[in-house]
Design a binder for this molecule. Structure first.
Ligand code: UDP
Ligand code: MG
Length: 321
């Protein structure tokens, strides 16, 4: 079924979301049907190991606008979003989480704003984070402050991956050579006219979070290194400071020598060796962070691989076995 271009695509990454799927389908369908315009929903099954793919195909039988992409293996939230964005056909493309933390009704507001003011990007801004834990709120605060410093103030604070893009913005994304961009930084960086719609972030409707601390740290590290070489410069400054410090110590040592003061010398030597060792290791580590990323970029492996798209292959059922 290849329909003519829909007005709106809604991309939803899903990883083991079988418990929330029925709620999502019911609520989203109500909102989108009421829109009165042709739309498609691109559900990206990110290598789920539960019954998500089966449930999606079942839902599709009653809901022809539901299109199902299946990734070969779990590739992560950002690559799953990207897979959906690259294949979405709509004149506008919204991205939303599956767990109903982002209210689907807000998509309609985003669309109205984009059309009314001729905007290419509309961000969903979390008006409150009461539903999040104190820890998540605190780390998010630090993350967004840091990102605004690095990428610039175009990065809206508390905008996650709930947003609407125009076809032009999606095409600009598609043309980027980056394999695994951090979307919430790259999208503002594109520089299209943008607006914001506040929304109340709800509790996860069902199931558990798929974002453990390790993934949050990985996202933060990718974010910093994909937009800034500043950490590399830390090494230079530490090195300079070390040189100055050593200079002072040499002068002190010379004075002590000419005054005939015999120092055992053991503590200063000990401290200097430790200090230099630490600085060198730190600098090596920082360098390694970038080298590792150059390495993966040069390998050029795709961030995801689509095994099935209900719009292209009717044999999707085979691939699910
Ligand atoms: N997700 C995904 N692949 C992953 C992890 C998460 O597609 O490897 C999806 C998940 O199904 C959900 C969205 O990304 O639709 C956000 O994940 P989650 O709600 O668990 O994150 P949180 O809201 O807790 O930050
Ligand atoms: Mg969530």
């Amino acid at each position: 079924m290849v329909a003519s271009e829909p007005a709106l695509s809604v991309v939803i990454p899903m990883y083991n979301e079988e418990s929330v799927l029925p709620l999502l389908v019911a609520r989203l369908r109500g909102v989108l049907d009421a829109l009165g315009e042709p739309y498609e929903v691109v559900a990206v099954d990110d290598g789920s190991t539960d019954r998500t793919p089966v449930a999606l195909l079942a839902a599709r039988r009653q809901w022809p606008q539901l299109r199902v992409l299946r990734l070969r293996r779990n590739s992560g939230h950002q690559p799953a979003l990207l897979a959906g964005l690259m294949r979405a056909r709509g004149g506008y493309v919204a991205t939303i989480d599956a767990d109903l933390q982002d209210p689907p009704e807000t998509i309609v507001e985003m669309l109205r704003l984009a059309r009314g003011q001729n905007l290419d990007i509309v961000y969903g801004i979390r008006a409150n984070r009461q539903a999040d834990t104190t820890f998540k709120r605190w780390t998010a605060g630090v993350y967004y402050r840091l990102m605004r410093r690095i990428v610039g103030n175009d990065v809206p604070a508390h905008a996650g991956d709930f947003r609407l893009l125009s076809r032009a913005a999606v095409e600009a994304l598609r043309e980027l050579p980056e394999r695994a961009p951090v979307l919430r930084l790259v999208v503002p960086w594109l520089g299209f006219p943008s607006g914001e719609v506040p929304f109340e972030r709800a509790e996860r409707a069902a199931g558990r979070t798929k974002y453990p601390l390790s993934r949050m740290i990985a996202l933060a590290a990718d974010s910093v290194t994909s937009f800034s070489a500043a950490p590399l410069r830390v090494a230079t400054w530490l090195g300079l400071a070390g040189v100055v410090l050593c200079g002072i110590l040499v002068v002190i040592a010379l004075i002590a020598y000419f005054n005939g003061a015999t120092v055992s010398g053991w503590p200063s030597l000990y401290v200097a060796v430790l200090f230099l060792g630490a600085v060198q290791l730190l600098c090596l580590g920082l360098l390694g962070e970038y080298v590792a990323r150059i390495y993966t970029a040069v390998q050029g492996r795709p961030a995801y691989s689509v095994v099935a798209d209900t719009d292209e292959a009717e044999s999707i059922v085979d691939s699910l076995r």
